[in-house]
Design a protein around this ligand. Structure first.
Ligand code: HEM
Ligand code: CU
Length: 648
């Protein structure tokens, strides 16, 4: 490898990125040194094992990745705004839709959802942390360094360019000779291992660490959705792990699993990818369903309608999600019988999803609705997601799909599902739980401005794509000629995308505005909410619950408030055992990053050294004697006095 191939060159955009990366890094280093914050950063954040802080780091990373994926999106939309546009060439467009898709799904939606789980789940089930706090930190750093690795491809070596689904033979060494798809296989592998560990961690947490009295059927709906999601993770991610390992062998060691020659089979990749890939979309959507359920019930001041059917339909969705993967390639020739089967299973998913939609509507019915910002996202979600779902049923018909396949109709469909389903979900969750995380609310006026810009921008950006697709505009095409007549609708879509982007700018500005102006001391329960997390002070002390709550019904906190029964038993505090912070997860992340980066360039010596480093880290952890520390009863009493004395 020559140096001029190592750094990506030749594009003004790349140089601009180089310069901005250097400037931002310098600014961070200088800022941290000037304000003497290195120690604080290391002690309080980089080594933390506290689920709340890990959750916040996930959410911040997700917001940064939303920015990166969003810039990609705006570039694509700018390119497509007018016919025969030459801002991006074909290769560049390929790279951008690939990184956009990858980053949005794996490094924005996933960490956002996992961040919400981290912040909320232990609080919602009345636990002091997740089951394995140290492992949780490992998960985070694996995700983080995986994301960094993928982003590095932009300036070093070149981005992947075979779509987020990396179909073979397109993604093979023969047709994609840059290191871009090596980055794909390694970055996803590293962050995927982190996700798998999250799956184990949260299943154990929810099954084993619930407060006394919280039976399964008393769990809040968000907790249910997270439990089911993590079961999906546990079954889906190993498939991705295997697929990516084989891909790495093919590209780096010359094996022939997915090639067209020597007995390889390109369709094997498509199957493995979607056996993971379809459940993946439910992994990012089910937790949002949970968030909407909690939000809608809180802001309608009603119990969630159809609690049991909500749970049953999520279980049904999770099972069905593993039985539909071939709907992604009806046109690749697996025959009418197979297509028929997958067509039916796919349509069947509409049934439990429909049940949920009606349950939300019935919860709203005759409710005392307050239109807060989380509630607005929930209300926006219902109709838009329904459009996404209905067009999904259209795509599910195998014979009709020969017309829709790989057109902008599909692009419109999955954005109509993913943006309300996932993005609105996490935004609702972020506005809702923001006071729990930081002790103050986001400004409602700005939040509503952002909401309206986002929802209007979204529809203007994506509605035209349905029609463009039906008229025959294919996806993943970098340009089109004026004679197609696609120009005007594309221009409208681009304008919509920019309105949407302005909405996100307002949303982010709101953080700064609220940090400076929002009232503090609003108490632990600013929304008059229903579930346990709201019974703690905001922000929540490290140990979460000074005493574990006694759960006697669904929506235990609401029950306690309405019937004036105590949630916590009388009596003195007892000391609390806490896990100590550790730098090991971070260091392991760095080593995995070096391992991945070396393999991308087939530098085997550094790769082997890093591999040994990983084993050493595992050994160090195994032989370590760390018993954590204790917070004394006196200290707890003082903290509670301070937090509750003047707030509650
Ligand atoms: C924020 C506004 C967004 C805009 C304007 C936007 C726009 C686009 C465009 C123009 C394409 C490429 C169409 C083509 O030529 O094939 C695309 C592809 C894609 N987008 Fe988005 N998008 C946005 C947000 C998102 C989000 C939030 C997600 C996921 C959570 C997402 C996931 C994807 C995926 C998976 C692809 C397919 C990539 C591929 O073909 O490999 N997008 N988007
Ligand atoms: Cu699918």
């Amino acid at each position: 490898m020559k140096w001029d191939e190592f750094f990506v060159t030749g594009e003004p955009m790349i140089y601009a990125a180089d310069v901005s990366i250097i400037l931002v890094s310098l600014a961070i280093v200088i800022g941290l040194t000037y304000f003497k914050k290195w120690g604080y950063l290391w002690r309080e954040w980089l080594t933390t094992v506290d689920h709340k802080r890990i959750g916040i780091m996930y959410i911040i990373s997700a917001l940064i990745m939303l920015f990166r994926g969003g810039v990609d999106a705006l570039l694509m939309r700018t390119q497509l705004a007018v016919p025969d546009n030459k801002i991006l060439d074909a290769q560049h467009y390929n790279e951008i839709f690939t990184t956009h898709g990858l980053i949005m799904i794996l490094f924005m939606a996933m960490p956002f959802v996992i961040g919400m789980m981290n912040v909320v789940i232990p609080l919602q089930i009345g636990a002091r942390d997740v089951a394995f706090p140290r492992l949780n930190a490992v998960s985070f750093w694996m995700f983080f360094f995986g994301a960094m690795l993928l982003n590095l491809s932009f300036v070093i070596g070149g981005s992947p360019d075979a779509g987020w689904s990396a179909y073979f033979p397109l993604a093979s060494l023969e047709f994609s000779p840059t290191v871009g798809n090596n980055y794909y296989s390694l970055a996803l592998q590293i962050s995927g291992i982190g996700t798998l560990m999250t799956g184990v961690n949260f299943i154990v947490t929810i099954l084993k660490m619930r407060a006394p009295g919280m039976k399964l059927m008393r769990m809040p709906m968000f907790t249910w959705s997270v439990l089911i999601t993590n079961v999906i993770i546990l079954f889906a991610f190993p498939v991705l792990t295997v697929a990516l390992a084989l891909m790495m062998f093919d590209r780096i060691f010359g094996s022939q699993f997915f090639t067209m020659a020597n007995g390889g089979m390109d369709m094997l990749w498509a199957n493995l990818f979607w056996v993971w890939g379809h459940p993946e979309v439910y992994i990012v959507i089910l937790p949002a369903f949970g968030i909407f359920s909690d939000v809608i019930s809180t802001f309608s001041k009603k119990n969630l309608y159809g609690y049991k059917s909500m749970v049953v339909s999520m279980v049904a969705i999770s099972v069905l999600s593993f039985l539909v993967w071939a709907h992604h390639f009806y046109t690749m020739g697996q025959g009418a019988m197979v297509n028929g089967f997958f067509s039916i299973t796919t349509m069947a998913i509409a049934v439990p999803t429909g049940v949920k939609i009606f349950n939300w509507l019935f919860t709203l019915q005759k409710g005392k609705i307050s239109f807060t910002s989380p509630m607005l996202y929930a209300m926006g979600f219902i109709p838009i997601f329904t459009i996404g779902g209905v067009t999904g049923v259209m795509l599910a018909m195998a014979s009709a799909d020969y017309q829709y396949h790989n057109t902008m109709f599909l692009v419109a469909h999955f954005h109509y599902v993913l943006i309300p389903g996932t993005v609105f979900g996490v935004l609702a969750g972020m506005h809702y739980w923001f006071p729990k995380m930081f002790g103050f609310r986001l400004n409602e006026r700005l939040a509503k401005w952002a909401f309206w810009l986002i929802i209007i921008g979204f529809n203007v950006a994506f509605m035209p794509l349905f029609f463009l697709g039906l008229n025959g505009m294919t996806r993943r095409m970098y340009t089109y000629s004026a004679s197609t007549g696609f120009g005007p609708l594309n221009m409208i879509a681009t304008i919509g995308a920019f309105v949407l982007a302005i909405g996100f700018v307002v949303l982010c500005y709101n953080f700064f505005h609220s940090f400076r102006h929002s009232p503090r001391n609003e108490g632990g329960d600013p929304w008059d909410a229903r579930t346990l997390e709201w019974s703690t002070p905001s922000p929540v002390p490290v140990y979460n619950f000074a005493k574990l709550p006694n759960v006697k019904s669904q929506d235990a906190f609401w029950h306690a408030k309405k019937h004036n029964v105590p949630l916590y038993e009388e009596g003195p505090y007892e000391e609390i055992h806490m896990p100590s912070n550790s730098g090991q997860p971070f260091i392991l992340g760095v080593i995995m990053f070096i391992l991945g980066f070396s393999l991308v360039f087939s530098w085997f010596i550094p790769a082997i050294i890093a591999g040994v480093g990983v084993i050493i880290m595992l050994a160090v952890r195994s032989f370590e004697r760390d018993h954590g520390y204790h917070i004394s009863a006196k200290e707890i009493a003082a903290t509670e006095q301070k937090l509750r004395g003047d707030t509650v």
